[in-house]
Design a binder for this molecule. Structure first.
Ligand code: KMH
Ligand code: ZN
Length: 276
């Protein structure tokens, strides 16, 4: 059984509006403060979506590059940029995210209904994005929203070879309306279908956060938490900060004798270079 727990924080996402969720970090200053607090609380990796001056989601390359530098300067977190962006982002902009030269990036392994929208990840786009991660040495995290995505991941690895860093790490994103449900039985089945030797994290969206977190710890997995995935800490109580979600994950990990993994150990596990 895995000993330490990699905690990834996904602090912002592209879906919540600042006006509705005032605690959401949307400026660079808010993001850097959040990153420092979450690193202190036990996070080793940060999954970043950024916002523009009006707090709307953007994939502006200048802003992304500035963000990568600022978070690296302020913390030792592994800096993973989202290539998923918002459901409205065109493929070219999503591919260009890698030009900000992050440590890692998300790579979603298939299209999925996403609430009332569709999150598009056709096979050709997946291959192009994967090839660019290999060329740039950016370590991908394979985002799996449904079982078909696991099949597509196997196909990608078979056709295109191992990822930058040589290690496969997946993130089960569970409980999205349109994707796989966020419960323990589904998690166990999904984990059984992953490539041999892959490590994995899991995150449950909204009210599936706690069942997925507890199941993931029990099954030897790692955790992703953050306001991208849930804005409610407990029934009727909004999340006050990303750090409190990281603190809760670290506390549950400690209780399960799965303490938070250091950023240095996370780099070693994921195959992310220690120096950039
Ligand atoms: N915002 C979602 C449409 C990712 O970051 O790669 C996609 C998403 C996945 O959040
Ligand atoms: Zn994301």
């Amino acid at each position: 059984m895995t000993a330490a727990t990699l905690i990834t924080v996904a602090p912002t996402g592209a879906e919540s509006e600042k006006a509705a969720v005032p605690a959401l970090p949307v400026t660079l200053e808010e993001l850097v403060t959040t990153a420092k607090e979450c690193a202190q609380a036990g996070a080793a990796q940060i999954h970043i979506h950024i916002r523009d001056a009006d707090a709307k989601p953007t994939l502006d390359l200048g802003r992304l590059t500035e963000t990568v530098h600022a978070v690296r300067e302020a913390t030792d977190l592994i800096v993973q940029l989202s290539t998923g962006g918002a459901v409205t982002d065109p493929y070219e902009h999503r591919l260009a995210v890698l030009d900000a030269r992050p440590d890692g990036c998300s790579l979603t392994c298939g299209t999925v209904n996403f609430g009332d929208d569709v999150f598009m990840n056709p096979w050709g786009f997946m291959k192009e994005l994967y090839a660019k991660t290999q060329e740039y040495g950016v370590v991908p995290e394979f985002e799996l929203f449904d079982f078909g995505h696991i099949a597509a991941l196997h196909r990608l690895l078979a056709e295109m070879g191992p990822p930058a860093g040589g290690h496969v790490h997946c993130d089960l994103v569970m409980g999205v309306p349109g994707g796989m449900p966020g419960d323990a039985a589904t998690l166990v089945q999904a984990v059984a279908a992953l490539p041999a030797d892959a490590t994995w994290s899991a995150t449950g969206i909204g009210r599936t956060t706690l069942p997925v977190m507890l199941a993931a710890l029990a099954a030897g997995g790692h955790l992703r938490v953050g306001m991208e995935d849930t804005v409610t800490f407990s029934r009727g109580r909004p999340v006050q900060s990303n750090a409190e979600l990281v603190e809760r994950a670290a506390a549950l990990g400690a209780l399960a004798q799965r303490p938070a993994m250091s950023a240095a150990d996370a780099r070693t596990m994921l195959g992310v270079p220690h120096q950039r």
